[in-house]
Design a protein around this ligand. Sequence first.
Ligand code: SME
Length: 161
Amino acid sequence: MDSDHMQEAGKLVKDLQDMRDEGHLSDALLRYAVRTIERSDDRYSWVGVYLVNDAEQELWLHNYVGEPTEHAKIPVGTGVCGRAVEQKQNLNIPDVSVEEDYLACSLDVESELVVLIRAGDEIFGQIDLDSEEKAAFKEEDEVAVQMVADKLAEQLMAERR
Ligand code: SME
């Protein structure tokens, strides 16, 4: 997402709400969100959603666009993705090469952004973005992706009840 970040995210949030109103469930919303975010900015080389599996205390890859990854299941607390859940916070990693405990999806990745899909303290999962540029992710990327994540959380919460 470039300078029109908020506008694009706003449109995606509206599309997702329209899908909800038509009766689509989280599976469709999660796939639509990943595809739309990935297409929105050339700097995004890999975009995916991981969902928390509470029983296993793991993140399970739900869907993605980009190179296949061997990290389909990540223990909470492991890697950038698992750490974001453990620390209950988004993580913006400008240079993955200096990260301890980084799980490489592709050797070309330079930076990573993890935005949690959450309702307060309850964490459903995350949107994970990789870039082949160093420090690709700015605050506006995070804010825009968070808007989408919040809409996805609404649906996941509704399905939990
Ligand atoms: N880099 C992540 C793993 C996810 S793959 O890159 C798709 C991590 O360190 O947790």
